[in-house]
Design a binder for this molecule. Structure first.
Ligand code: SF4
Ligand code: SF4
Ligand SMILES: [Zn+2]
Length: 276
């Protein structure tokens, strides 16, 4: 197959521009797969960029796979005895790799909670008009059990909360669910609750509710996005757990291929697992 970054089309007959099919000289062919027309030269440049991007993406994927293998090797070492014990006991032992939040914490500027509440006030009317029946549930079937999510996300410390900013992903549908859960609570009472949960310190540049020891909001006050989001690593771990049916797990959180934290976890067998 033709690859504009590495070679030229060398079929039979005179060389032709790969974009407009005009004949090109042998000398031109050695320089480029396209003729000198501006459109064709642009096409040639884009083709080369595309090939470079593809090579870079492939290189990055290989790098990530090598980092993951390195972390897995470290985890196998760290959990060697535990895994052997679990195998002897017939409980099965599964090793999983998760991301790691490596940010530091800083004092939360007081205007952040004000900005958050101002935004909530802006969408509360629209939330009131979302039919309660259409308000989505906080959990879906097929998700990892909460015990697994808590252990995994607790170990990771919320790498995905980096983009929660001053909105914490609260949208009209989430607010509709939250309002419907306690119909006697006034909007101002709800806003006061959010204010009371705002931590004094949060991770640098992350969600205003992301305190050092985890999300400062109770699950029922979090957005549907927060309650439902599962990163790729957690999805992979869940799938591997379902496939392995292990009851003991050894988890590691890694950033840039470096293992930074580990934990172990016992879960009931995935067979017959129910979402809680
Ligand atoms: S979903 Fe993934 S990235 Fe987010 S806290 Fe959990 S383990 Fe970390
Ligand atoms: S509200 Fe909690 S779970 Fe959601 S982004 Fe903020 S810290 Fe993360
Ligand atoms: Zn051409």
């Amino acid at each position: 197959m033709f690859d504009p970054a590495v070679g030229r089309s060398l079929g039979p007959g005179p060389a032709r521009c790969i974009h407009c099919d005009a004949p090109i000289s042998e000398l031109r062919r050695r320089l480029s797969p396209v003729c000198e027309a501006p459109d064709c030269r642009t096409h040639g440049v884009l083709g080369r960029l595309h090939a470079v991007n593809r090579r870079e993406a492939k290189h990055r994927a290989e790098q990530l796979a090598a980092e993951r293998d390195r972390v897995l090797a470290g985890l196998r070492d760290a959990f060697r005895d535990r895994a052997a014990e679990a195998e002897r006991a017939g409980t099965g032992f599964l090793i999983g790799v998760l991301p790691a939040n490596e940010l530091g914490v800083e004092a939360v500027a007081p205007d952040r909670i004000e900005l958050f509440l101002e935004r909530l006030r802006g969408i509360v009317v629209a939330a009131r008009s979302v039919p309660v029946a259409a308000a989505s549930p906080a959990t879906e079937p097929g998700e990892p059990p909460l015990a697994l999510q808590r252990a995994a996300c607790g170990l990771c410390r919320g790498r995905c909360c980096r983009s929660g900013g001053n909105h914490a992903y609260l949208d009209e549908a989430s607010l509709a669910r939250i309002l419907a859960a306690e119909p006697s609570r006034t909007e101002e009472e709800l806003f006061a609750q959010y204010r009371s949960f705002a931590p004094s310190h949060a991770y640098v540049g992350a969600c205003l509710f992301q305190a050092e020891d985890g999300c400062a909001l109770p699950r029922e006050l979090r957005s549907d996005t927060c309650n439902r989001h599962l990163c790729g690593e957690l999805r992979t771990l869940h799938a591997e757990w379902l496939a392995s049916d292990a009851r003991e797990l050894g988890l590691g959180a890694a950033a840039d291929g470096v293992l930074v934290r580990t934990t172990t976890l016992s879960l009931p067998s995935a067979m017959g697992d129910t979402v809680t």
